[in-house]
Design a protein around this ligand. Structure first.
Ligand code: CA
Ligand code: CA
Ligand code: CA
Length: 161
């Protein structure tokens, strides 16, 4: 039996407390989660989470960089391409799963702030926007490495704006 080579990704495989539960995840799976919490993470590990977001490599994460997945998800769900999501579009993938359908219908209602029965990109991205704004401690519209690291280590910086 051959011993598989140890890749950087494999080195990043660690136990993290994610959203209250202990899960075994590598860096990329952690990025897929809404909450990234790794209290004892080293600078190197945090870099492994930070760099995939920082696509232009300027050592800060802009909101546009932070919300790439949410924007592409919106485009994917917006079947008629009118720039809004109807409940049918929002729940298209869970129509045959009653429990998930109920959950997503509730989520749609909570996202639809003005209760007009459709979601704008702003409504759809509101939870992501809030997450970004919470992490942007100095409110300069950019997520710096220290702001990001503080959140990952579960010691968010105090708001200074
Ligand atoms: Ca950047
Ligand atoms: Ca709406
Ligand atoms: Ca900032």
């Amino acid at each position: 039996m051959k011993i598989r080579s140890v890749t950087t990704a494999a080195v990043l495989v660690l136990s993290f407390a994610v959203a209250g539960g202990m899960l075994l995840l590598n860096g990329l799976s952690v990025l897929a989660q809404d909450k990234i919490i790794a209290p004892g993470a080293s600078d190197e590990m945090i870099d492994g989470f930070f760099k995939p977001f920082d696509t232009n490599n300027d050592r800060v994460i802009s909101y546009e960089e932070f919300s790439v997945k949410q924007r592409s998800r919106f485009a994917q769900l917006d079947a008629d391409k009118n720039g809004q999501l109807s409940l049918d579009e929002f729940t298209a993938e869970v129509q045959s799963k009653p429990d998930k359908l109920a959950k997503e219908t509730t989520r749609f209602a909570s996202l639809d702030k003005n209760q007009d029965g459709s979601l704008t990109p702003e409504e759809f991205e509101a939870p992501r926007r809030k997450q970004f704004d919470d992490m942007d401690a100095n409110c300069d519209g950019q997520m710096s490495w220290p702001e990001f690291a503080a959140t990952v280590r579960n010691k968010p910086m105090p708001k200074g704006c």
